[in-house]
Structure formats: structure tokens, C-alpha cells
Write a protein that binds this ligand. Structure first.
Ligand SMILES: [Fe+2]
Length: 170
């Protein structure tokens, strides 16, 4: 089939971990990643965004789920939560979404915006990166993401920004 959109790079990877605090300490301490932020997720879980450049996140840790549903069934058996491919802008992202839909690929989550500006979905929380995003599965059920417009958080800066963090508290 014809190629109708361009992927720029693998931008980040999501990893499921069984001991969240141990893994957070390992990725930040041993591997030297910078913590962008950590937020609660679900009843007992958490999510942590970490970076090694100015991207809001390059590695994301998720508490390994004990229960999965039809939408997230592939997340129950392995450590890889998802692999995310970046496209250069909104236009390329829309091209990718249209192209995959025309090819019959099921979009299992999204399209959505990660952050308080998103109108719906699990990505609608303060910790989100502002990315436009959608998710789909490869033939083995590995979860893939295509995104654009992730915000930058240089290493000496904070996220959320102090000047707007309180506005989005829920
Ligand atoms: Fe992601």
C-alpha cells in the first residue's frame, strides 16, 4: 500500500513495572533520567514521565495492571505498555490517522489530546504532555501510538509550570 505519512522517530516507550517505587528509583538514579512528574493512576497505580532530553517524556512507567478489559487486554501479560512514534506536526498526525483508518486499522484509544486541554479520555489530566495521540495494535497485540505536538520541558525547568498548575487541579 502507498505510503501517505512519515514517521520521524520512536519518541517514547511505556513500560509496565511491578514495583513502581523501585523502578522509579532505578530509572532516575541508575539510568540518570530526569523525572518530569508522577501522578496517581487508577485505584492503586501510578504513572511517571521521565526524560533524557527536552521532551516532556521519553520513558513512561506504569503500574502493571492486575485487571485488563477488551481495550487493554494486551497490557496484561508483558512489560511493554506501548511504543510511540512521533510525526512532525498536526497535519502529519491527521494524515496518519486517516491512512490507518482507511486501511482498516482499529483505533483502540483516541484520537485525543493528553492534558487538561483534552476534552475526554484517560489522557485528560494535568500530567499530560499536550500531545495529540491515538493508539492501535500490531498483529500480535503490541500497543502502538502515533503522536505530535508534545511539549518541551528543558532540564532545568519544572512541570507543571507554577503559573498555571493550580488552574487545572481537579
Ligand atoms: Fe505515549
Amino acid at each position: 500500500m502507498a505510503k501517505t505519512f512519515d514517521i520521524s522517530r520512536v519518541g517514547h516507550v511505556g513500560i509496565q513495572v511491578t514495583d513502581f517505587d523501585r523502578s522509579l528509583a532505578w530509572y532516575t538514579g541508575t539510568l540518570g533520567l530526569t523525572l518530569t512528574g508522577k501522578w496517581p493512576m487508577g485505584e492503586d497505580g501510578a504513572i511517571a514521565f521521565m526524560r533524557f532530553n527536552e521532551d516532556h517524556h521519553n520513558i513512561v512507567l506504569f503500574t502493571h495492571p492486575t485487571e485488563v478489559d477488551e481495550e487493554t487486554k494486551n497490557l496484561g501479560y508483558n512489560g511493554l505498555q506501548h511504543i510511540a512514534m512521533e510525526v512532525k506536526d498536526r497535519d502529519e498526525w491527521l494524515k496518519a490517522l486517516a491512512d490507518l483508518r482507511r486501511k482498516g486499522v482499529e483505533i483502540v484509544q483516541g484520537p485525543l489530546i493528553h492534558g487538561p486541554e483534552g476534552s475526554m479520555g484517560p489522557g485528560n489530566f494535568m500530567g499530560g504532555s499536550g500531545s495529540r495521540s491515538f493508539y492501535f495494535n500490531d498483529p500480535d497485540g503490541n500497543r502502538l501510538e502515533i503522536y505530535a505536538d508534545m511539549m518541551k520541558v528543558p532540564n532545568d525547568e519544572q512541570f507543571p509550570r507554577a503559573e498555571y498548575a493550580d488552574v487545572f487541579k481537579k
